[in-house]
Design a protein around this ligand. Structure first.
Ligand code: CAA
Length: 258
């Protein structure tokens, strides 16, 4: 596939997607989101890829959904197209882990795209916000849902209702980002973490992702049961035998993703 709005490459065992609409600060149009979906299909099918990283530019991860494209739409346009759900849903459906490496602006749909990933690594230049209210709309790709789960109700209300941006430090304190990295090391450090993840047993990595996500979608008892059953099933893997044998024999494990 020829990509117009993103750059897709593989670095070691990591699938890397770079959002690439610099003139529009990586504003997310339909084509770009379709392209991310196609890249995800490729990475999920590629047995060599164990982790995916999405990043943007120094100035912007993404400044939101494309306002120019949306400006002329009416209710039936967005309702009929089920706008935002149709192709954006591909991102949280990905079964391999996805890290957002965010420098500069992550606003509106850009912040929502980052939150659809499994974790956010932020450059010290990152700024997060849900400024849709200034455009006479509300967040439409999870901003009112994933943000309160990440930062709590008070800060989510504050950000969505006042359109205030938060910086990387505030985002880390609030639990939105996993790490802050100096901007010039963002990609290097994110790729290194992704390569570490990709070096573990892929089925175990996928089970952990599935199990942590259960914490958001079920009661504690349901989640604990899901975790325990998944834990039991890990004992069916050759990688469990290998991982434990390697520990006992004081050597590095050689996982085979089976
Ligand atoms: N859509 C389309 N184009 C955008 C854009 C967006 N979301 N954000 C920035 N751009 C474009 C600008 O129009 C500008 O294009 P031109 O050079 O052709 O005029 C270019 O990117 C550079 O932007 P600025 O000149 O504005 O750059 P700045 O440094 O002065 O400001 C900014 C940066 C604060 C991010 C500002 O661009 C801005 O406020 N952008 C809009 C942010 C926003 O409201 N995002 C929410 C969108 S709605 C949404 O996402 C809905 C949803 O929930 C999915």
């Amino acid at each position: 596939m020829n990509y117009e709005n993103i750059i897709v490459e593989t670095r070691g065992k990591v699938g890397l997607i770079t959002l690439n609409r610099p003139k529009a600060l990586n504003a997310l149009n339909d084509t770009l989101i379709d392209e991310i979906g196609a890249a995800f299909d490729g990475f999920e099918a590629d047995e060599n890829v164990g982790c995916i990283v999405i990043t943007g530019s120094e100035k912007a991860f993404a400044a939101g959904a494309d306002i120019g494209a949306m400006a002329g739409w009416n209710f039936m346009d967005v309702y009929k197209a089920n706008y935002i759900s149709r192709n954006w849903d591909r991102i949280p459906r990905c079964r391999k882990p996805v890290i957002a490496a965010v420098a500069g602006f992550a606003l509106g749909g850009g912040c929502e795209l980052a939150m659809m990933c499994d974790m956010i690594y932020a450059a010290d230049t990152a700024k997060f916000g849900q400024p849709e209210i200034k455009l006479g709309i509300l967040p439409g790709a999870g901003g009112t849902q994933r943000l309160p789960r990440a930062v709590g109700k008070a800060k989510a209300m504050d950000m969505c209702l006042t359109a205030r941006f938060i910086d990387a430090q505030e985002a880390e304190r609030a639990g939105l980002v996993a790490r802050i990295i100096p901007a010039d090391k963002l990609l290097e450090e994110t790729l290194a973490a992704a390569e570490t993840i990709a070096g573990f047993s892929l089925p175990v990595v996928m089970m952990i992702k599935e199990s942590v996500n259960r914490a958001y979608e079920s009661s504690l008892q349901e989640g604990l049961l899901f975790e325990r059953r998944t834990f039991h099933s890990a004992f069916a893997l050759a990688d469990q035998k290998e991982g434990m044998a390697a520990f006992v024999e004081k050597r590095k494990p050689a996982f085979r993703d089976s």
